[in-house]
Ligand binder design. Structure first.
Ligand code: 1CP
Length: 342
């Protein structure tokens, strides 16, 4: 009974008959049970109330049958903890009324004690671990420093994050000060998540792909490394720098156990670049979950055939979309669970 979970085995590189499966943003708007709670409580109430965060975290485990839980929270709790107001605007996404643009703004950010103010996350993790009762492991997470900088400087979501990139390129010294502060708070926060029971940590660099290879090396990679180096002695770390396919070889020399891939990366390319040193995670195009179920099943088989069952975690290439039918999400997960290596 007390056997190690598939996800942990895959992260350690142990041979497997089938890969573990979970879905980014698996606790979310495609689930009617989530919508019920969404209609009743505002976003940050759901995030900051351990019982609600726990209930939402468990929904995809109970309803879809994924092999891992990921804590219901958001990457923007870090700017909040550092003293910036973050609003979640209905159907629009995050909005930060006060953004970062100067030395004075950076000096005013809270670093010391910032992670401690996120104690509701520790409580949510402890409660979720108890409720999971070892059924599946729990993934904790944070946003990567570059992606958090994007929101702190831009103040909202954006296609190009041009203000944030302009800030980095024109004032690199300030950008590095800001990135270092975010990194310090993030590391303390992630250690707290592990103290509370998180079994694995994923770092989401959702916007790193907006950077070219040289700028990624400058503004993203060093901070991903700093986080991974600090955490990886305690738990396996998954780095997901979305769109940064050009950095695969560098990422394979990091201390992380796994690298997340979006759907633009060929499995063969990723294996060759990482020389099988890392577990790979991904990379089903979330839009393919809108296909008829038999086609989803076929596409899943093709994906696993290409990655192989070892050193592989089946997942989407980015978050699940709100318009995915629940039965299609289940079909994706079941297709992975039914796969068997010959
Ligand atoms: O119910 C709602 O309308 C709120 C939608 C929502 C949800 C379900 C937001 C607002 N955040 C979340 C939860 C969330 N966010 C999780 C929960 C765990 C899970 O089931 O996966 C996670 C891991 C995140 C992480 C997150 N938040 C990222 C990184 C992952 C990614 O998708 O790239 C990012 C970029 C955010 C910012 C954010 N929060 C919410 C939205 C709509 C956004 C994106 C806004 C934008 O496009 O810029």
């Amino acid at each position: 009974m007390n056997q190690e979970h598939l996800l942990i085995k895959a992260l350690k590189g142990e041979p497997l008959e089938r890969p573990p499966v979970w879905m980014m943003r698996q606790a979310g708007r495609y689930l009617p049970e989530y919508i019920l709670l969404r209609n009743k409580y505002d976003f940050f109430t759901r995030v900051q109330t351990p019982e609600l965060a726990c209930e939402i975290t468990l929904q995809p485990v109970d309803l879809i049958g994924v092999d891992a839980a990921i804590l219901f929270s958001d990457i923007l709790v870090i700017p909040q903890a550092m003293g910036l107001e973050v609003q979640m605007v209905e159907n629009k996404g995050p909005f930060l009324p006060k953004t970062i643009s100067s030395q004075k703004d950076i000096d005013a950010l809270i670093v010391e004690g910032a992670a401690a103010s996120l104690d509701y996350v520790s409580k949510a993790i402890a409660l979720t671990k108890k409720e999971l009762n070892s059924r599946v492991p729990l993934i904790g997470f944070a946003g990567a420093p570059f992606t958090i900088l994007c929101y702190m400087v831009e103040g909202k979501g954006s296609k190009a994050f041009d203000k944030a990139k302009q800030f980095c390129f024109s004032q690199p010294e300030l950008a590095h000060q800001l990135l270092n502060k975010i990194t310090d708070v993030t590391i303390a926060y992630l250690h707290e998540q592990v103290n509370s029971g998180a079994d694995v940590i994923q770092v989401f660099d959702s916007w790193s792909g907006l950077l070219g290879p040289e700028e990624f090396k400058q503004f993203s990679m060093p901070y991903l490394n700093k986080i991974s180096d600090s955490l990886s002695a305690r738990v396996p770390v998954i780095l997901f720098p979305k769109g940064s396919w050009y950095a695969m070889e560098e990422l394979s020399n990091s201390s992380a156990s796994a690298i997340g891939l979006d759907w633009c990366v060929k499995p063969e390319f990723a294996r060759q670049q990482t020389q099988n040193k890392k577990t790979l995670q991904g990379n089903f195009d979330p839009c393919k979950l809108l296909l008829p179920i038999p086609q989803i099943e076929q596409e899943v088989k093709t994906m696993i055939d290409a990655f192989g069952t070892n050193r592989y975690i089946a997942n989407l290439g980015h978050g699940i979309l709100p318009n995915i039918p629940v039965e299609h999400a289940k079909a994706f997960v079941n297709a992975v669970k039914n796969y068997r290596a010959l």
